[in-house]
Design a protein. Sequence first.
Length: 158
Amino acid sequence: MAKGRSVERVAAALAGLGLGGRARELPDSTRTAAEAGAALGCEVGQIVKSLVFRVPSTDAAVLVLASGSTRVDVGKLSAMLGEPVEQASGGFVRERTGFAIGGVAPVGLVAPVTTYVDRGVLAWDRVWAAAGSPRTVFDASPSELVDATGGAVVDVAE
């Protein structure tokens, strides 16, 4: 497994959650859901996208975990939160999560981030999420992912 602070932080978080040993390094990039699905030989929908949004009024970060086969409706997310959100910049994502875009893991973040899990993730028996780098992933059941992140299950897909 690749070494690096981000990957090690995720591995430690997974171990602490009782999900240790589930991270895998792949030979090719898993930066996009399509790349990850192809590398793992699974449906794109089984890939969990970790999308970070910024709430301009408070400068807060919001993490949305969504199925790789769906798009997050920013209008629905804004309506649910009661204020506008915007896609976060790469610098904001790294500062708030400790990860670079393409490797944002739902666990092992450097600081707590309000997390939501789109209902579409629950449609699968097993899902794969980034494990701290664009070439590392881990698998979990949707319920394990919800429990591990403390994320509220919501409907924010288009």
